[in-house]
Design a protein around this ligand. Structure first.
Ligand SMILES: Cc1ncc(COP(=O)(O)O)c(C=O)c1O
Length: 402
């Protein structure tokens, strides 16, 4: 093993050798416990990001760590030439706790959404091959592959890559009339996030998701939900569609599902599952036993009424304190919106320097959209930790208000 490097050396190596696709903070994370991460110099930070809505059970969760270690000690990869127990048990747990009857495992949110797009485009292939169009949302974010990039209106992700996939119609999020007008005999599906994530944590208007469900039914089109960020308890229900008394035809998961292990999944019904028959779809690392062993622990904890009640309770508390901050700093905070432990705070301030100042004061935060502070702490966070982080935010807002 090479001797340990200092933080400065690690950052220097990263800046030299990693592609510059991100803008990381000057921070080297070495370990974590609960809702805190510790840097390479032993400094502790309260984490309101959770690896971008990933580390659902927080850090150093003994059962999660134990399951990963135990499975890694047995075998780390099997390929899909054989079955393994963690993946079939996780598929069972996901089906038993959702509308779904079939699961396809992959490695990321983009790959799970690619699976949705392939499912939709192939669903009518034998009966109505002209029917392959997919309606998507202008501020959506579904991933960085060429397919998922085609399913958004956001130019900042799409520009410069030549022509993307044909057959996508972009409509404004929340506008049911525009959605109605976009349907045609070619419409195979609608793909959407039940709450916009990267687009700025935007909840749709009351009744919108139900209207979209009805439109899909009227046109025999599929409703595809991207629950990569909203799924696995983030909004206080196991899946965000459960707030609305509707069910999608297929759904993509990733982020929180593995508690930090890379995993994605597409969930759908028995009948639709048949669309992606052998050999039209697959993924070498899908059904990975270590990732799915982690997912099983996540599901065991998150898919319980007590855990989800905790998320809802903490979410309501978070919202009440954010609304107080909005009242106090009305010049800097323009809007507060979200559900569960998934909140956006639209701000009028220099987000880059605010993020760095938060770091200097021991708080990890992150912005999505242009000016929206995204709060997505580990789902296990307690009220005292929420208060600690919110107090740091309040102190910074006071400084920025001068
Ligand atoms: C709603 C949504 N879908 C898809 C993705 C892409 O997931 P991944 O980065 O794992 O490919 C993201 C990532 O932020 C997301 O928020």
């Amino acid at each position: 093993m090479p001797s340990p490097l200092s933080s400065a050396e690690i950052i220097q190596l990263g800046e030299k050798y990693l592609m510059q696709t991100y803008r990381p903070l000057p921070l080297v994370i070495e370990s974590g416990q609960g809702a805190r991460v510790i840097d390479a110099d032993g400094r502790s930070y309260l984490d309101f990001v959770a690896g971008i809505a990933v580390c659902s059970l927080g850090y150093g969760h003994a059962e999660l760590v134990g399951a990963i270690q135990e499975q890694a000690g047995k075998i780390v990869h099997t390929s899909n030439q054989a079955f393994n127990e963690p993946s079939v048990r996780l598929a069972e747990a996901l089906c038993q706790n959702s509308f779904a009857e079939r699961v396809f495992f992959c490695n990321s949110g983009a790959e799970a959404n690619e699976s949705l797009l392939k499912l939709a485009r192939r669903a009518f292939f034998k009966t109505d091959p002209e029917r392959y169009e997919i309606i998507c949302m202008d501020k959506a974010f579904h991933g960085r592959t060429l397919g998922t990039m085609s399913a958004t209106g956001q130019a900042k992700y799409k520009d410069g890559f030549g022509s993307l996939l044909p057959g996508f119609k972009v409509v404004p999020y929340g506008d049911v009339d525009a959605m109605r007008a976009a349907f045609s005999s070619k419409t195979a599906a609608v793909i959407m996030e039940p709450i916009l994530g990267e687009g700025g944590i935007v909840k749709p208007p009351q009744g919108y998701l139900q209207d979209v469900r009805h439109l899909c039914d009227e046109h025999s089109a599929l409703l595809l939900f991207d629950e990569v960020q909203t799924g696995i308890g983030r909004t206080g229900k196991l899946f965000a569609y459960m707030h609305e008394n509707i069910i999608p035809d297929a759904m993509a998961l990733a982020k929180g599902l593995g508690g930090g292990m890379p995993i994605g999944a597409m969930l759908t019904t028995d009948k639709l599952g048949e669309v992606l028959e052998f050999p039209v779809h697959g993924s070498t690392f899908g059904c990975n036993p270590v990732a799915t062993a982690a997912g099983l622990v996540v599901m065991k904890h998150v898919a319980t009424p007590a855990f989800l009640a905790h998320v809802s309770k903490m979410g309501l508390y978070l919202e009440s304190r954010l609304l107080e901050l909005k009242k106090q700093f009305s010049r800097l905070i323009l809007d507060v919106r979200g559900l569960g432990l998934f909140y956006g705070v639209e701000c009028a301030l220099d987000t880059n320097s605010f993020r760095k100042d938060a770091l200097a004061n021991g708080l990890l935060i992150n912005f999505c959209g242009q000016q929206v502070l995204r709060l997505s702490p580990p789902l296990v966070i307690d009220q005292a930790s929420l208060d600690e982080g919110l107090d740091i935010l309040a102190m910074l807002l006071l400084q920025y208000n001068k």
